[in-house]
Design a protein around this ligand. Structure first.
Ligand code: 5AD
Ligand code: SF4
Length: 434
C-alpha cells in the first residue's frame, strides 16, 4: 500500500484564504498527503496566513514561534508559510524563524508541491499574471456549499489596504471555466455557491458580472448563488436588476462603506461619497425591498475627527445595515495611509469602535426581531444536536437561524422555518409543514 503522509493546515483570514486552503489540500492529496487536526502527528505543517490587520499577523507569529521546539524534536517535518504574510514578508520569515522550510505566496499556490521537493529553504512569491487560468483541484470542507473563485487580486488601492500588494493586480477567470466548475458542483449535489473575488462586480472574464450570474442561474439543481465582496463604486443598475429578477441569487449584498464621512472616504481612495453610497442603497432597496445589506467599517482612520466619527454613527443609524464587520484602523506595510500624518490614538479608536459596535448590535436586533412570526426558506448547514433534532442554517438574506424539527433532516436541504425569536446575531424558530 502507498505510504501516505499527514498534513496539518492552520488557516487565518477571509473566505478567499479558506478556499485557498481547500485547493492546497487538493494539490497535496495528489502527491500523497492526507489531513489531520493534530499538529503532533503531521509530517507537513502549513500556516495559511492573513495580513489584513496587524492583530492577525501578531497571532500568526506567536503561533509560528511555538514550532521551534517541535521542529527540534522532529527535524524531518516540513513547515511552510503560505498566504498574504508569506507574500508580504518573503525571506524575512525565514530570517527570523530559520526552521521554516518554505514560503509560498497566494499567487503561487499551484507551485506548492514544487516547494516540497526542495531540500533547502525556498521562497515562491513571484507575481503570477496567469493566476486567472488556474483550475486547481479542491478538497472542500463542506459537501453542500462551495466557494468558487471568479477573480483574483485588486486594482483599487484603498489607502489602508495591503491586498493589492500581496494578491497582485485584478484578473478575472474566464466565464467558461467558472460555469464548468459550478456545473460539476451542481452535479455533485452542491446546493449553494459563493463566488469569490476582492471586487466581484468589476468582473470581466468574457462577460460582465450580471451576465455571469444570469448564466449561473441556468445551472440545473443549483439552488443558491452568493458573492463577496462588492465595491460600491462598481454596483450598477444591471446588477441590481439581475438580483431582482433571478430567484437563485440570494437577497444579500456585502457592500463595505468603511466610513460615513466623505472627507475620510476621499482619503481612503474609495472613489465614492457618502451621498453616492446612499443612492446605491436606495436603488437596491427600491428594486428589492427585502434585500439584506451588510458592511465593513473602519474606526479611527488617520486624521478621523470626532465629527467624522459622528458621521459614521449617523450613517449607521440612517442606513440600518443588517450587520457589519467593524475594525480599528491598523497600519499596514506599503500602504499610503500608514505614511499619513494624524494617526489616531489607540484608545480613541477603541472608544469609537465600541460605540459603532453597540449601535449596530441594537439595529441588528431590531431588524431581526421584526422577522418574528414570519416564515423563511432556510438552507440547513449543520445539525447542532442529533438527539434533539436541532439544526442551524441560513435564509437567503444570510441570517443564521437555529431551529428544531420533529423529524430528522438532512444538511443541505432547504426547509421552511417560522421565526420565534430574533437576537443580535442569530434567530431561532421551528420548522413548519413537514
Ligand atoms: N485596518 C483596518 N481594517 C482594514 N480592512 C482592510 N484593511 C484594513 C486596515 N488596514 C478592513 C476593511 C475591509 C475588510 C476586509 O477589512 O473594512 O473591507
Ligand atoms: Fe482592499 Fe479596497 Fe481592494 Fe477591498 S477593494 S481588497 S479594501 S484595496
Amino acid at each position: 500500500m502507498e505510504n501516505r503522509k499527514l498534513a496539518y493546515i492552520n488557516t487565518w483570514g477571509c473566505q478567499m484564504n479558506a478556499h485557498d486552503t481547500e485547493k492546497m489540500k487538493g494539490l497535496l492529496s495528489l502527491v500523497g498527503y492526507d489531513f489531520t487536526d493534530k499538529q503532533e502527528e503531521a509530517d507537513l505543517i502549513l500556516f495559511n496566513t492573513c495580513s489584513i490587520r496587524q492583530k492577525a499577523e501578531q497571532k500568526f507569529y506567536s503561533t509560528l514561534g511555538m514550532m521551534k521546539a517541535l521542529k527540534q524534536k522532529k527535524p524531518h517535518i516540513k513547515i511552510g508559510v503560505t498566504g498574504c504574510i508569506a507574500q508580504q514578508e518573503g525571506d524575512n520569515i525565514h530570517k527570523a524563524f530559520p526552521f521554516v522550510d518554505f514560503t509560498v505566496g497566494p499567487q503561487n499556490i499551484s507551485m506548492l508541491t514544487d516547494a516540497l521537493e526542495y531540500d533547502s529553504y525556498v521562497s515562491l512569491i513571484t507575481e503570477n499574471k496567469q493566476l486567472h487560468t488556474n483550475n486547481l483541484p479542491a478538497i472542500r470542507s463542506d459537501q453542500r456549499r462551495a466557494w468558487v473563485n471568479i477573480m483574483y487580486g485588486c486594482n483599487n488601492f484603498c489607502t489602508y489596504c495591503v491586498v493589492p500588494y500581496v494578491r497582485g493586480r485584478e484578473s478575472s477567470r474566464p466565464y467558461g471555466s467558472i460555469l464548468a466548475e459550478i456545473g460539476q458542483l451542481a452535479e455533485a449535489n452542491y446546493q449553494e455557491v459563493t463566488l469569490l473575488g476582492q471586487n466581484v462586480n468589476s468582473y470581466n472574464g468574457g462577460c460582465p458580472f450580471h451576465t455571469l450570474l444570469e448564466e449561473i442561474q441556468k445551472i440545473d439543481r443549483l439552488k443558491r448563488i452568493r458573492f463577496v465582496t462588492s465595491h460600491p463604486k462598481d454596483l450598477n443598475d444591471e446588477l441590481i436588476n439581475t438580483m431582482a429578477t433571478h430567484n437563485k441569487i440570494c437577497k444579500h449584498i456585502h457592500l463595505p462603506l468603511q466610513s460615513g464621512s466623505s472627507r475620510v472616504l476621499k482619503l481612503m481612495n474609495r472613489k465614492y461619497t457618502f451621498d453616492e453610497y446612499i443612492d446605491k442603497v436606495n436603488r437596491l432597496r427600491l428594486k428589492i425591498p427585502d434585500m439584506a445589506i451588510t458592511s465593513d467599517i473602519i474606526a479611527g482612520f488617520p486624521t478621523e475627527t470626532t465629527a467624522d466619527h459622528k458621521e459614521t454613527v449617523r450613517a449607521l443609524t440612517e442606513i440600518r445595515f443588517d450587520g457589519i464587520f467593524a475594525f480599528k484602523y491598523s497600519n499596514r506595510p506599503f500602504t499610503k495611509a500608514s505614511q499619513m500624518e494624524g494617526q489616531v490614538d489607540e484608545l480613541v479608536k477603541s472608544e469609537r469602535l465600541k460605540e459603532i459596535l453597540e449601535l449596530q448590535d441594537n439595529i441588528s436586533e431590531e431588524i431581526n426581531k421584526r422577522m418574528e412570526g414570519g416564515t423563511y426558506a432556510v438552507l440547513i448547514e449543520e445539525c447542532t444536536d442529533t438527539t434533539q433534532n436541532l439544526y442551524s442554517g441560513r435564509t437567503q438574506t444570510n441570517k443564521i437561524i437555529n431551529f428544531n424539527s420533529p423529524r430528522q433532516l438532512a444538511v443541505g436541504d432547504i426547509v421552511d422555518v417560522k421565526i420565534l425569536n430574533g437576537y443580535r446575531h442569530s434567530l431561532d424558530g421551528c420548522i413548519v409543514n413537514t
